[in-house]
Ligand binder design. Structure first.
Ligand code: DQA
Length: 143
């Protein structure tokens, strides 16, 4: 089995970016921990990040047409703005779990709405970077 951890805008700055909200772990730390967890189950993990909406859409279609069994997706701010990503996820069969490091429901009102959650398997929010592992565990145990 192979899983894709997809990260949207500004998440390449994790560790440096607003650490009081997002903590000190970097994307490289997250990737290392996810790979280790996947390996325990004999699975593979690939991690990608882009600041560009269209690139994220292209990668979801590549995952759908390739060998990816599930996508762990932190869409960053596109969560709250992107009808295009919603339409993309709605039109593919590969399951997607939406992950947020911070609890978006405790924050500004504009973060309370997700265009993507209704077309995802579910949404994990506010568990810090552990949310990525929770999502991967869900895939490892169910797909
Ligand atoms: C985020 C929450 C979003 O509202 C924000 O725009 C991000 C990060 C999170 O992981 O908590 O960029 O997705």
């Amino acid at each position: 089995m192979k899983y894709l951890c997809l990260n949207g805008p500004n998440l390449q700055r994790l560790g440096k970016r607003e650490p009081d909200i997002y903590g000190h772990e970097t994307l490289a730390d997250i990737e290392r921990d996810l790979r280790a967890l996947a390996a325990e189950f004999g699975a593979e993990l690939e991690l990608k990040q882009s600041n560009h909406e269209g690139q994220l859409i292209d990668w979801i279609y590549e995952a759908e047409d390739g060998d990816i069994d599930g996508i762990i997706f932190n869409p960053g701010a596109y969560t709250h703005t992107s009808v295009a990503l919603r339409d993309c996820i709605a039109g593919v069969e590969v399951p997607v779990i939406e992950v947020h490091i911070s609890n978006v429901h405790k924050r500004e009102a504009f973060r309370h709405h997700s265009y993507l959650a209704p077309v995802c398997v579910g949404q994990i929010t506010g568990l810090g970077t552990f949310g990525y592992q929770a999502a991967l565990r869900m895939f490892l145990q169910t797909t």
